[in-house]
Design a protein around this ligand. Sequence first.
Ligand SMILES: C[S@@+](CC[C@H](N)C(=O)[O-])C[C@H]1O[C@@H](n2cnc3c(N)ncnc32)[C@H](O)[C@@H]1O
Length: 208
Amino acid sequence: MSTDRDTVRSYDLVAAEYAAEAAAMPEWVATEIDAFVTELGGSGRVLEIGSGGGRDALELEKRGISVRRTDVSKGFVELLRERGFEADLLDPLTDDLADPERPDKPYDGIWACACLIHIAREDFGTVLGRLADATRTGSRLHASVRDGDGEDVTIHGSAAAPRRYVETYWRESALRSALTDAGWIVSDVRRYIGRPDDPWLSVRASRA
Ligand SMILES: C[S@@+](CC[C@H](N)C(=O)[O-])C[C@H]1O[C@@H](n2cnc3c(N)ncnc32)[C@H](O)[C@@H]1O
């Protein structure tokens, strides 16, 4: 498979709107940030996948973590740059993940909140493996996906400017297997409810 370009274009169209809607930190994400920072010992260099409007990177930096902001959507990358942050256009499925600031040094962690939902099931293991390869032994991973079966396509916007998002749902056992196969040791998979009827699986893992 490959990256769904309709999904990426859809985020491009609404980057500023999405960033405003997602600006408030959800309680469950705050809990995961606390755990992630504690596991990192309050320092380290982290690759963020799907930074979106940059909410989580700001919080991680406040806690002493150095974050490389990236997104596959140029709408988000441009927005972050306009706001004074460095950000890179990066597709975790195909792009070189090495850190431009220190190309020979692997990351201490990966933060991928609510973004791997847009990776096709058949590409998921490849992405998880590439993330593992980009990090040092013992590095930490946060990744969150929607809990459920199958795939979903949602269409928003007007007929003249439709937006189409493709998402892949995961069940815990398959998610754990994909992570283990890709070189991650899963310490916890927590269940959270985003909005009503919007269940998430949130992974805490370390690199084997
Ligand atoms: C629901 S938003 C989450 C944004 C941010 N992490 C947050 O929690 O607010 C999904 C993010 O995934 C990114 N995305 C879309 N397709 C992707 C793909 N194939 N691989 C990685 N990220 C993708 C989007 O650009 C967007 O930043």
